[in-house]
Design a protein around this ligand. Structure first.
Ligand code: AP5
Length: 217
């Protein structure tokens, strides 16, 4: 099963994609995570993308299309994947159609996480991640069980994203409205678009997502 999760910054795409990966063995393809890894490793792509990401704008289509087309062609993606952060523009959506044709695959569902924009700054401002295993947390909505210790790997080093601030969020939300939201009618016209309430508590969102994807009856 190949799925796209769509929604503005902080909607919960990464949170839900990680759970789908864990429970159903689908591969999470997060373009944001791939870019941040390229920044950490000092790769040319990371050097090109860093300033753009930090201010909350979109990285050029051609770079993103190359990145994801190389990843989707890898053997592990044949068992199914969840795209989290791609496509983000109509040209990216069109390029994805071609990529899937090339690997003899298709899109099964596109799920929009519907959220209240006014609550998203709080979501991203409170987000932090274990530097060792990448587990995601939130100061208020998902704190670590023991203060300062990762529930998964007992790591004690955590990081926060450079673009998780109110100023960059304005640009990220505008980019979503202007460049990403126009993808929704593109997929609605093909009958693959579904919607889930992303404002519910995390486990409820996951159950609704499973229902929308036909994974539970
Ligand atoms: P990316 O990393 O994709 O960021 P984003 O789309 O802005 O999404 P986020 O990761 O901020 O949010 P999310 O929806 O995954 O929320 P999460 O689950 O973490 O992209 C970053 C940048 O990279 C872009 O700005 C751009 O520059 C570049 N880029 C990436 N892909 C690109 C592309 N295709 N084209 C061009 N540029 C690209 O949740 C957020 C927080 O809320 C967490 O702390 C979580 O614990 C909490 N939370 C989640 N769900 C709930 C809930 N139901 N209730 C309460 N709290 C919740």
């Amino acid at each position: 099963m190949n799925i796209i999760l769509l929604g503005p910054p902080g909607a919960g795409k990464g949170t839900q994609a990680r759970q789908l990966e864990e429970k159903y063995g689908l591969v999470q393809l997060s373009t944001g995570d791939m870019l941040r890894a390229a920044v950490r490793k000092g790769e040319p792509l990371g050097q090109e993308a860093k300033a753009i990401m930090d201010r909350g704008a979109l990285v050029p289509d051609e770079l993103m299309i190359r990145l994801i087309s190389e990843r989707i062609a890898q053997p592990d993606c044949a068992k199914g994947f969840i795209l989290d952060g791609f496509p983000r523009t109509i040209p990216q959506a069109q390029a994805l159609d071609k990529m899937l044709l090339n690997v003899n695959s298709k899109l099964d569902a596109v799920v929009e996480l519907k959220v209240d924009e006014g609550k998203l700054v709080e979501r991203v401002a409170g987000r932090f991640t274990c530097a060792k295993c990448g587990e995601g947390y939130h100061d208020r909505f998902k704190p670590t069980r023991a203060p300062g210790v990762c529930d998964q790997c007992a790591g004690t080093d955590f990081s926060r994203r450079a673009d998780d601030n109110a100023e960059a969020m304005k640009t990220r939300l505008k980019a979503y409205r202007d460049e990403t939201a126009p993808i929704l009618p593109y997929y609605a016209a093909r009958g693959v678009l579904k919607a889930v309430d992303g404002m519910a508590p995390m486990p409820d969102v996951f159950r609704a997502l499973e229902g929308a994807l036909g994974l539970v009856v």
